[in-house]
Write a protein that binds this ligand. Sequence first.
Ligand code: C5P
Length: 224
Amino acid sequence: GADAPLAGRRALVTSGPTHEPIDPVRYIANRASGRQGHAVAAALARLGADTTLVTGPTAEPDPAGVTVRHVESAREMLTACEAALPVDVAVCAAAVGDWRAAEEAAHKCKREGRDAWALELVQNPDILARLSQPGANRPPLVVGFAAETDAVVANARAKRARKGCDWIVANDVAPGTGTFGGAHNTVHLITGDDAEPEAWPRLAKTDVAERLAARIADSLGEGS
Ligand code: C5P
């Protein structure tokens, strides 16, 4: 119906940072707040979607009406996402750590006995790229985010092609925008190679989420 255009649809959203363990007491993290991803999950659920939110550690409360899977590392996030499939739409808003320690030490790494410590890092899986790979379980609509500081649209277009996702929400995170961790976001929505990028006005992250959820509902509605 008009109130629940996503009733009967399944949605997956990633949100938050990841924590990549170094040893039992230390980890590598980033400053993502989870605000945008949590708001997208809440908005999709409000439109009636059966929504799973896979989130890294964040201070954001679990959104109402959403199935929340709490994870720490990128690898745990990927496993939880794959377990949530199949879905009609996946939105990857998490700030997944690109790197993790090559080995997680079983014991706390001691300072004594060394002046320096080189930490070897290896790449984490790219969850958005994995979800976008062709295959039986590929969601019909996969949406990524692209945090850019310059040439926002050009870089986001390239990212869309590289990742293989359908839509990209490009946001300007240049210093001074206050996007990272803040309550507002200025985004461009790119829905295809030939589609004109849509410049949305500066909006509260909750309003970006509602607009995006409405667009997703329109798109899935056309397909059914
Ligand atoms: O490559 P970059 O990190 O800029 O891409 C951002 C997009 O990719 C976001 O949608 C983010 O959630 C997703 N991503 C991911 N897994 C990674 C890195 C990024 O899902 N390891």
